[in-house]
Design a protein around this ligand. Structure first.
Ligand code: BES
Ligand code: ZN
Ligand code: ZN
Length: 498
């Protein structure tokens, strides 16, 4: 979808659908809404007085205009109560616009920005851009019947500015929003891809293309390097699959040559069968998305490069399948990790923390200033938080708080879970330095993070568990059912504005 910013009067805008906003409980129409009402000969006003247009957030009413008019239809979208207008309301209303546009098969949609109270119009423009692009997303899929037109989204979104002087500011917001939302949509594509089409090797190929197009240096560690570096945890998981593992090491240098890089890490399990501790079959197909963290990190790197971040960032992404063949890890096995610590395997399904242990340990050896990892790590996240917020855990209060604040501004919700030292006791092993998981099933998200903490040394680190938010089974806020691109907005916003 192309996004254009123009300064024009309504009668001159050529579009299939013009979206204007209406606040709940307001009387006199103003701005673009008043203009649209004039153009429609007062239809909006009469629908309001008749109680058909209420302004309730995300409500939408489509009105046809005279066939000769360049604006073919007007959509009145509810913005909720004026005093409650916030970025989330803008995102919700933007989604309502895209959904209505799709319903009436509009290809070109024009919309105006709403500013009110604490909402800055340029931030609103970015939020509108992001929510619209996220909502316009459709996975192409592999259906051979191409007649299904319903799958097609909008071609163009026109952002109307009532002041010519605001156009450059809006264009900047549109650019940032577009880059971030494109990154999230690309991550969604990879989560949607089946694991037979997205093996570690396929992921490496996509990373090569992405990095070469975005001035990102890429080193790919293969089996010899993985063994040589002592990544026994990653290798342990990988040896149950016929597909070879790999580790992506991506370097973006936007800062000075001496500046320590920030470290991003993402879990890249291209399919998690559970290994020998095999998962029940009912929802196993969903485990093709167990690389959502890896995808979020790859495309966040792309976005940061496109925006031109003035910092150095290194991203470490371990990629493998978790499969149960004859060479697979078995419960009771002991493996040695990159930092020399030994781990007794209790469940081969707690594989994410194993590959992350080596990846975090490796990133730490590169001398990163801070670490941030994204991983679909524990189902317990859903028990704790449902599907409305990802879990965040970390070893540095100030850092955790600032990541939560950046995420919040970006539209992603993070909720902190504790890393009490007592959880470490759950991992006590009689044969190794630690178990890979507790056999008690208590505080699973915290226990997983306590395990990871062993590999980050003193580096400030946050771990974001996106197991409950990366792929939704219903619409939640402005996220549609299906993959969400969780983590992308958090990573980008934190790095851009912290
Ligand atoms: N990939 C899963 C976690 C997951 C579950 C992601 C549901 C998305 C949706 C992870 O590797 C896993 O299997 N975790 C286990 C850990 C347990 C064995 C300690 C879990 O959460 O059940
Ligand atoms: Zn697992
Ligand atoms: Zn997993």
């Amino acid at each position: 979808m192309k996004i254009k910013v123009i300064n024009a009067d309504i009668p001159k805008v050529k579009c299939d659908l013009l979206a204007v906003g209406f606040f709940e409980g307001t009387g006199k129409l103003t701005g673009w809404t008043a203009e649209a009402d004039k153009m429609l000969g007062g239809t909006i006003s009469s629908l309001i007085s008749g109680g058909e247009i209420t302004g309730k957030l995300s409500s939408s009413t489509v009105i046809h205009s005279k066939s000769s008019h360049p604006v073919r239809r007007v959509l009145v979208v509810g913005l909720g109560k004026r005093v409650e207008l916030d970025m989330d309301a803008i995102r919700m209303a933007s989604c309502a616009v895209i959904r209505s546009a799709k319903k009436v098969k509009a290809k070109t949609v024009a919309t105006a920005i709403h500013e009110s109270g604490d909402v800055d119009r340029f931030d609103a423009c970015r939020a509108l851009t992001e929510a619209s692009i996220l909502d316009n997303y459709e996975f192409k899929g592999y259906k051979t019947d191409k007649d299904d037109e319903d799958n097609e989204g909008l071609d163009e979104l026109i952002v109307l500015s009532d002041k010519a002087a605001d156009v450059p500011g809006y264009k900047k917001s549109v650019f940032t929003g577009q880059v971030c939302a494109d990154a999230a949509n690309k991550a969604k594509d990879l989560v949607n891809m089946p694991s037979n089409m997205l093996t570690p090797k396929d992921f490496v190929k996509i990373a090569r293309e992405t990095c070469s197009q975005n001035r990102i240096k890429l080193k790919v560690l293969g089996v010899p390097e993985i063994k040589k570096l002592g990544m026994g945890a990653l290798w342990g998981v990988a040896k149950g699959s016929i597909h070879e593992p790999a580790v992506l090491v991506m370097e973006y240098n936007g800062g000075g040559p001496g500046a320590r890089p920030f470290g991003l890490v993402g879990k890249g399990i291209t399919f998690d069968s559970g290994g020998i501790s095999i998962k029940p079959s009912k929802k196993m197909h969903e485990m093709k998305g167990d690389m959502a963290g890896a995808a979020a990190v790859l495309f966040s790197m792309e976005a940061l490069s496109r925006i031109g971040l003035k910092k150095n960032v290194v991203a470490v992404v371990p990629l493998t399948e978790n499969m149960p063949d004859g060479g697979a890890l078995k419960p009771g096995d002991v493996i040695k990790t990159i930092n020399g610590k030994t781990v007794e395997i209790i469940s081969t399904d707690a594989e994410g923390r194993l590959i992350l242990a080596d990846a975090l340990g490796y990133a730490n050896k590169l001398g990163v200033s801070k670490l941030m990892d994204f991983a679909t790590l524990t189902g317990a996240c859903t028990v704790a938080l449902g599907d409305v917020a990802s879990a965040i855990l970390g070893n540095d209060d100030e850092y955790v708080e600032s990541v939560i604040a950046s995420a919040d501004k970006s539209g992603e919700r993070l909720w902190r879970l504790p890393l009490y030292k007592e959880y470490r006791e759950y991992l006590k092993s009689s044969v190794a330095d630690m178990k890979n998981c507790s056999d008690l099933g208590k505080a699973s998200t915290s226990t997983a993070a306590i395990f990871l903490k062993e590999f980050v040394g003193d580096t400030p680190w946050v771990h974001v568990d996106i197991a409950n938010t990366a792929d939704l089974d219903r619409d939640v806020r402005f996220y549609k059912k299906g993959p969400t691109g969780a983590g992308v907005f958090t990573a980008i916003n934190y790095l851009l504005y912290s």
